[in-house]
Write a protein that binds this ligand. Sequence first.
Ligand code: APR
Ligand code: ZN
Length: 271
Amino acid sequence: APAVPAELTAALREARHVVVFTGAGVSAESGIRTFRDALTGLWSRFDAMALATPEAFRADPALVWGWYEWRRLRVRQAQPNPAHHAIADLARRLPRLTLVTQNVDDLHERAGSPADARPVLHLHGSLHQPRCFDCATPFTPPADAAAVADRDAPAGWRPQALDADGLRLPPPPCPACGGLIRPGVVWFGESLPAHALAAAFDAAEHCNLLLSVGTSGVVEPAASIPRLAARAGAWVVHVNPQPVAAGGARTRQLTGAAGELLPLFLAARVD
Ligand code: APR
Ligand code: ZN
């Protein structure tokens, strides 16, 4: 098994406040596609500009709503993996853990995060918090709505085939104003939730160790979070099968899959 360097287990053992910062890679072993992995990434199969922008939604609400319902369905069928569980376990063994995710799935929550009263900070929103595009009223899908989107996308599903596969799905009307209900995710060109971002920046600047798990670190402002921690003198540990940008004097990488490495690394915190 890949060893975890002693200096990192020591740092984890002494840490009082750990930030865990996750990207799509933490859910990869749950069968949820990442965005930029070669061949399997969502952005190598789908056009982000046709699906993940407010203009795209205005232009074709059924295409965009259908695609996000398909992704929500895939998350519903997935299970948290050992990486999600190891993070939830770690939170129970630390005075403080701040969990910041770029993911819009609820696998951290379904694995039992957070252990304390602090919510998971979703910097890019969530598939589970649709709201009205016009009046921002939160929308709770009626039970039967899930049935409509509950058909799994056939293999090779492509947006242009959406009509043929009947997976084009008009968004429900807003019960408050009749406007269009939209996915509760942050699209390209939109600003991140200010509270979550401020809380994430504050935690990064005051933690002893930041674990950056499964992110390619190319989308700002989220990608600046590990740098903030490094600049504030914290240990920064990247967990990723691919090499990620090396950082400061106390920045390291555990190279491999999160589901394998995190349980090993976090075992160091068995008090
Ligand atoms: N364990 C750990 N890391 C993994 C695993 C795994 N099993 N499998 C893949 N990875 C790594 C990949 O090597 C890659 O570096 O996860 C990273 C996933 O990177 P992206 O697909 O770019 O996902 P992410 O960094 O979360 O994207 C950021 O981009 O499209 C936007 O809003 C979207 O939140 C997303 C943001
Ligand atoms: Zn409305």
